[in-house]
Design a protein around this ligand. Structure first.
Ligand code: SAM
Length: 430
């Protein structure tokens, strides 16, 4: 059996049945099955995940009982087959059908004839298969066409014009560039570019941050350069959070939702190992990742502590020069990396997020010294978790003033969708 398709199938089943994160499941299955083309596996896995609602819509047109009536294994093989037939020009039609049948023989015994029949019906009927009518129901049309849960489309249509929403939906289905943050503690930019190019990587400057590089080439995380801590993989939106926090040498910084530590490390590199960063998170286990990253990067000014950021730690009140609240959120800005977020139901837990975000922001604001900086960020595109949380906070906390608020968007900035709001505390209140 083809190891590439087997790896893709097992990854997709982990995501479908065990609700694993796609990036974690993919890495795990690549290690277990050693496919010969990681690029093919990645393209197939992310292609299926990004187009799941569209593929299921086609399955429903071809299978009278509908996609929901199928077992996860049948559905996964059909989604993979349809994606190869509809979107992967490099795969001949016979290979897409035959390899799907081979997978079915191994993973859903007795269903190979059914899989074969559905894929052949698709080939015969594909020109007559139509999307839901846009004029009749625009949200449903966009939801199927770009594969997003309808509530996300409704949320964005409240904020932006239809054409803009369509661009945003499209951008969320694109593959993000591989972006790295150079580690100023270990290497200067020119030298890092040179060593990367010497190893055959293509390197370009980032667009938002000076310490960002876009890199093309495979297995970057397997290189000695990575192990030696010369760089970290991070989207420019996250780097911009550290830049906007603007930490100075010698500052005391509190990063209250810190794990796994991407922004903590970006802040530490800017402080050149001076001052102190208290990196806290509610989960101690996740803070071990922060400690490990600090070791790899040669960062020595980070102290990790586990605490619940909705509670005030009285010993730290008015002690910090800068406080970062990188709040837990719905993640609608990072669907390019985690397409499964596009299909989340609007749950009760999600509706409670703004309340939790406000509670964390309010408690953490107490650590800011007079004249200090408070930065609130999320990786989402949702006014109820972003602008509305800030408005509610500022209404009750008049000693803080908003300096700058930015909503980064993949279709405008080429980065993940991020919200960054910088606030200053009045310095007359001592
Ligand atoms: C967006 S992630 C932080 C990402 C991190 N800043 C980085 O750049 O790598 C949000 C974090 O908030 C943590 N968290 C959730 N609820 C919390 C709470 N009540 N107190 C402290 N941390 C919390 C989660 O465990 C998660 O690690």
């Amino acid at each position: 059996m083809d190891a590439n398709r087997k790896t893709a199938y097992l990854t997709l089943m982990d995501v479908e049945s065990k609700k694993s994160y796609s990036n974690i499941a993919l890495n795990h299955q690549i290690i277990c099955n050693r496919p010969d083309s990681r690029r093919f596996v990645r393209e197939l896995v992310y292609g299926v995940l990004e187009n799941k609602l569209l593929l299921d819509y086609y399955i429903s047109l071809l299978v009278p009982s509908g996609a929901d009536s199928l077992k996860a294994s049948d559905k996964t093989i059909l989604r993979m087959g349809l994606y190869q037939l509809g979107y992967m020009d490099s795969v001949p039609e016979y290979a897409a059908v035959n390899e799907s049948v081979i997978l079915a023989k191994r993973y859903c015994r007795g269903r190979d004839g059914f899989i074969n029949g559905v894929l052949r019906n698709y080939l015969n009927q594909r020109l007559s298969l139509k999307l839901p009518d846009r004029a009749e129901d625009e949200v449903r049309h966009l939801s199927i066409r770009y594969s997003y849960a309808p509530w996300i489309i409704e949320l964005w249509l409240e904020q932006y014009k239809t054409e803009f929403v369509e661009e945003l939906l499209k951008a969320g289905n694109e593959t993000p560039p591989m972006t790295i943050r150079l580690n100023w503690l270990r290497i200067i930019k020119e030298d890092l570019i040179r060593v990367l190019e010497d190893k055959g990587y293509e390197v370009e400057d980032g667009t938002l941050c000076q310490n960002a590089l876009h890199v093309k080439g495979s297995d970057l995380l397997g290189t000695d350069m990575y192990k030696q801590g010369l760089f970290s993989v991070q989207d420019e939106s996250s780097m911009l959070v550290a830049e906007k926090l603007d930490p100075k040498h010698g500052d005391l910084v509190m990063d209250v939702c810190a794990a796994p530590g991407g922004k903590t490390m970006a802040i530490a590199e800017r402080m050149n190992n001076t001052g102190k960063i208290i990196a806290s998170d509610i989960y101690r286990r996740k803070l071990d990742l922060v400690d490990k990253e600090a070791e790899r990067l040669g960062v020595k000014n980070v102290e990790t502590r586990s605490w619940d950021a909705t509670r005030v730690e009285s010993s730290m009140v008015q002690k910090a020069d800068r406080v970062l609240v990188d709040a837990p959120c719905s993640g609608l800005g990072v669907v390019r990396r985690k397409p499964e977020i596009k299909y989340k139901e609007k749950s009760h837990e999600m509706e409670l997020l703004p309340k939790k975000q406000l509670a964390i922001l309010s408690a953490s604001s107490q650590y800011v010294k007079p004249g200090g900086t408070l930065l609130y960020s999320t990786c989402t595109i949702n006014p109820y978790e972003n602008q509305r949380v800030i408005a509610d906070f500022l209404k009750k906390n008049t000693s803080f003033k908003k300096e700058e608020a930015i909503q980064l968007l993949p279709n405008v900035n080429g980065s993940d969708g991020f919200f960054i709001c910088v606030m200053k505390k009045d310095d007359s209140l001592v």
